[in-house]
Design a protein around this ligand. Structure first.
Ligand code: IPE
Ligand code: IPE
Ligand code: MG
Length: 238
């Protein structure tokens, strides 16, 4: 089923939640779910690019996720590193732009360098922008933006702050998807989601396939976005 292009979101952001439970339901360790989750993320990138989405942001690792047991964090970093090595050439060949948002200071040097190389390689591409939120926290991003304004002596206005965010220059989130059944934001893109349509599904992330993405896009296409205004400006009740 197709969605008319004028009804497509420009920026889709996804909280990929539910890997651990998916594995537990199968009697497996959580890492099994994270591996399957990487595949689901790959499928999503492909589907979003085919739809012609402009920006896709995926939440891969939050700053709060550093609190998880060391072995799980290490496995996530390893999976991330491997996926990066494996996928960057193909993303580049498909004209996709890859960027990372979040605090890199706690990552290993090799990983930070691989992230920088992937960004540099794909920076000139003109297809969909993929933002990978890793070591990310919305509050951290806002504090950092405010601090940059302060250092530059710039008065803090909506546009001045937005220009200091990691997403500067990109459209705000239109559609925010969260898998895994929880109805919360978990410190993701707080500013950029101010007027996002929120789509929650009970599906666990590894089960989030193309059909699930289609369903989210169809749901979005039927939303009436008012941004605080009126649906039909011509109507008057006064
Ligand atoms: C999301 O799945 C992936 C990350 C947060 C890295 P979870 O690991 O949170 O899976 P659940 O929510 O425990 O099932
Ligand atoms: C949100 O999932 C973060 C990512 C998907 C990377 P969590 O599993 O960490 O969120 P909470 O703890 O349920 O809020
Ligand atoms: Mg979770």
């Amino acid at each position: 089923m197709s969605v008319p292009s004028d009804k497509l979101p420009r920026h889709v952001a996804v909280i990929m939640d539910g890997n651990g439970r998916w594995a537990q339901h199968r009697g497996e360790a959580r890492g099994f779910g994270h591996r399957a989750g990487v595949e689901a993320a790959r499928g999503l990138m492909k589907a979003a690019a085919e739809y012609g989405i402009e920006v896709l942001t995926v939440y891969a690792f939050s700053q709060e996720n550093w609190q998880r047991p060391g072995a799980e964090v290490a496995l996530l970093m390893q999976l991330f590193s491997r996926a990066l090595d494996r996928e960057v050439a193909e993303l580049h060949a498909n004209n996709l732009r890859l960027r990372f948002i979040g605090d890199r200071s706690r990552f290993e040097g090799a990983l930070t360098r691989a992230m920088g190389r992937a960004e540099a390689l794909t920076a000139g591409n003109t297809g969909m922008t993929i933002l990978i939120a890793i070591g990310y926290s919305g509050q951290w991003e806002l504090v950092q933006a405010a601090e940059r304004c302060r250092l530059a002596g710039t008065p803090v206005t909506v546009s001045a702050l937005a220009a200091q965010l990691e997403t500067a220059g990109l459209p705000d989130v239109d559609l925010l998807i969260r898998s895994g059944g929880e109805h919360r934001i978990s410190n993701f893109l707080l500013w950029q989601s101010a007027y996002a349509e929120l789509y929650f599904t009970d599906q666990l992330w590894p089960d989030f396939n193309r059909e699930a993405f289609d369903a989210a896009l169809h749901w979005y296409a039927a939303r009436e976005r008012r941004f605080g205004g009126l649906a039909t400006p011509g109507d008057s009740t006064t």
